[in-house]
Ligand binder design. Structure first.
Ligand SMILES: NC(=O)c1ccc[n+]([C@@H]2O[C@H](COP(=O)([O-])OP(=O)(O)OC[C@H]3O[C@@H](n4cnc5c(N)ncnc54)[C@H](OP(=O)(O)O)[C@@H]3O)[C@@H](O)[C@H]2O)c1
Length: 311
């Protein structure tokens, strides 16, 4: 089993983390709650102990489902959630203020049916709350035992000068990275080094395109966010490039007797040192396929071919 200890913590996590966005049952097409719950339990059976969600996924629905499903396994799983995206009155905005942290944290703990959150992440920096005030509030909650570790998300190197004084308290940051999205690769390595924090990758399957199950005819219903052009992995030149990447992945997957999706996960595990790969899953089969990535290794030649086609 491929696992790491998150730096600055005593949390040991599998290098595959199950993403809880589909569990929000909103914006990911048709999702069955029972199937998602089964997928989480399947992941546990396959040695995955790390689960990611956010208070904003399905406006709390994802946290509720995750909390209910994982309650019998609470002692052996590591639960990560996020705060900072507020939605009310048809508006969405970011809020990292200490007062809101207190409220959001208590609500997340209730929905997750837990006294403590293992990894509490800032979903987006709001650009208003001083980073010192935000970090000091999070550290106070850590010292009280409300949270075990602090993580960030969607950060860029320009905020490093404000964050590095807190490097001893920051365990992780969660950013977009995959064979289909390598634009921030150098920045992620720099941030991992400067913050002594583990990079958690989202979009690891290119929102599904890197699983090999979609082709030029790909089409999503309106209730699926991928029907929107901003999900560029499925449109135009980007789609064509992704299909070329998948063409290189296929024989590699066959050689290892694994599904294409697990090659997408495995490439990140080997390309981004000390990383954890988050994948959203809707079914037990998807959870099982993605977990297979923890049990094989790409050869140097395979790694090089994938790195080249995705450059
Ligand atoms: N920090 C942030 O701002 C942020 C942003 C986005 C996501 N995230 C986190 O990252 C997680 C992953 O979401 P993502 O947007 O990054 O998507 P992703 O993991 O790249 O793709 C997930 C989708 O791929 C398909 N899939 C997954 N495993 C598969 C398999 N083995 N075979 C075939 N299809 C498979 C499923 O959709 P279909 O079956 O419908 O194709 C699934 O919903 C989220 O749940 C969330 O926890 C965080």
């Amino acid at each position: 089993m491929d696992s790491i200890i998150l730096q600055n913590t005593n949390l040991t996590v599998s290098r595959l983390c199950i993403g809880g966005c589909p569990a929000g049952e909103y914006g990911w097409g048709n999702v069955s709650r029972a199937e998602v719950q089964h997928a989480m339990l399947q992941a546990v059976e396959h040695g995955v102990n790390f689960f990611d969600t956010a208070d904003t996924y399905g406006l709390g629905r994802s946290e509720e489902t995750l909390g209910e499903t994982l309650r019998p396994h609470r002692e052996k799983v590591v639960i990560a959630t996020k705060f900072g995206v507020r939605v009310a009155g048809g508006k969405t905005w970011f809020d990292n203020s200490p007062a809101y942290i207190e409220t959001a944290l208590n609500e997340s703990r209730k929905r997750l049916q837990t006294d403590y959150i293992d990894l509490y992440q800032v979903h987006y920096l709001d650009g208003v709350t001083p980073i010192d005030a935000m970090m000091e509030a999070l550290i106070r909650h850590q010292q009280k035992g409300d949270i075990r570790a602090i993580g960030l998300s969607n950060i860029t190197p320009d905020v490093l000068p404000s964050l590095t004084p807190y490097a001893d308290y920051i365990a992780t940051f969660q950013n977009h990275y995959s064979l289909a999205h390598r634009e921030d690769e150098a920045a992620m390595r720099q941030m991992a080094h400067m913050l002594t924090a583990a990079p958690l990758t989202w979009g690891s399957l290119g929102q599904g395109i890197l699983t090999g199950k979609y082709d030029e005819t790909v089409h999503f219903d309106e209730n699926d966010r991928r029907s929107r052009g901003v999900y560029e992995n499925f449109y135009g030149d980007k789609l064509q490039k992704n299909l070329r990447i998948v063409a290189v992945m296929r024989p590699i997957a066959q050689a290892h007797h694994v599904p294409v999706a697990s090659v997408a996960v495995r490439w990140i595990l080997q390309a981004m040192q000390g990383s954890v790969v988050i994948t959203g899953v809707k079914t037990p089969e998807q959870a099982k396929d993605n977990a297979l990535a923890l049990h094989f290794a790409l050869t140097d030649d395979e790694l090089a071919a994938l790195t080249e086609v995705s450059a």
